[in-house]
Design a protein around this ligand. Structure first.
Ligand code: BTN
Length: 268
């Protein structure tokens, strides 16, 4: 099987942008999981900015131990190795900003005016449905970050989802208007965003990107529930990258990890 043309040209398209990351870039026909390939290479000393992208994965992984599946040729499946100079305590805001970079890349690929948001911590939603997810895996030695594998999956060409996903998933193709989505340009946009934001947040924290984060926040003002059962109204993301939630008893709590579920309004 050969790699589809919109991905086969990824190395040339990325090189032409002259980015600080994106080299070396390996395009794989099929692999188990690009995150696993990246992790192995990182242990063998692969450099900051190296990229692995695949046309198909046989064991794609998502957050919370979930599987990530995509039909061959339909999704952008990529892992980027970053070696930011920061302490492990900066990892939550750094991994959050990876989601923001994915959100910005998707926003450039869809038709103008389409609503693209970030659902804390790093799902990308188009009109409320998931179009992309980010799995950040850190390699840490003591308090030092040795490497960060940023794995991103974006539904690009898919036009029909299986019934169990149809209400919650979407793709760039379904929102691209008269544009023709292509994975190489999407990848270059993603890398551009990561190159811009990750080092910034690693060295200076979330402050400089906080306004963009707030503008993209899919949860602000919504009723949310954590896996622990705790509920409340989401009221922004703080400078540590935590979700701020106002409980019904008025207490303001901050959630730092886990999955957040939107609670539908009564009668919906
Ligand atoms: C999620 O939403 O749960 C995160 C999904 C991340 C999927 C991507 S696809 C490329 C990379 N390789 C993997 O095995 N996972 C990530």
């Amino acid at each position: 099987m050969s790699v589809a043309p919109d991905l086969a040209c990824a190395a040339e398209v990325v090189r032409a942008r002259g980015l600080a990351i994106g080299s070396p870039l390996e395009v794989l026909d099929e692999t188990s999981s690009t995150n696993d390939v990246a992790k192995r290479a990182a242990k063998l000393g692969a450099p900051h900015g190296a990229v692995w992208v695949a046309d198909a994965q046989t064991a794609g992984r998502g957050r919370q131990g979930r599987a990530w599946t995509a039909a061959r040729g339909e999704a952008l499946l990529v892992s980027v190795l970053l070696r930011p100079t920061c302490a492990a305590s900066r990892l939550p805001p750094v991994s959050l900003v990876c989601g923001l970079a994915a959100r910005d890349a998707v926003a450039r690929a869809v038709a103008p005016g389409v609503d693209v948001r970030l659902k804390w911590p790093n799902d990308v939603l188009v009109d409320g449905r998931k179009v992309a997810g980010v799995l950040v895996e850190a390699m840490v030695a003591g308090s030092r970050v040795e490497g960060l594998i940023v794995g991103v999956g974006v539904n690009v060409h898919t036009r029909a989802f299986p019934p169990e996903l149809a209400r919650i998933a979407t793709s760039i193709a379904l929102h691209a208007g008269d544009r023709q989505p292509d994975r190489a340009s999407l990848l270059a946009d993603l890398l551009e965003g990561l190159a811009r934001d990750v080092e910034l947040v690693a060295s200076r924290g979330l402050g400089l990107v906080h306004a963009r984060l707030a503008a993209a926040d899919a949860l602000d003002g919504s009723r949310v529930r954590a896996d622990t059962g705790e509920e409340g109204t989401a009221s922004g993301i703080d400078l540590e990258g935590r979700l701020t939630v106002r409980r019904d008893d008025g207490a303001v709590v901050r959630w730092s990890a886990g999955e957040v579920h939107l609670v539908p309004p009564p009668g919906a």
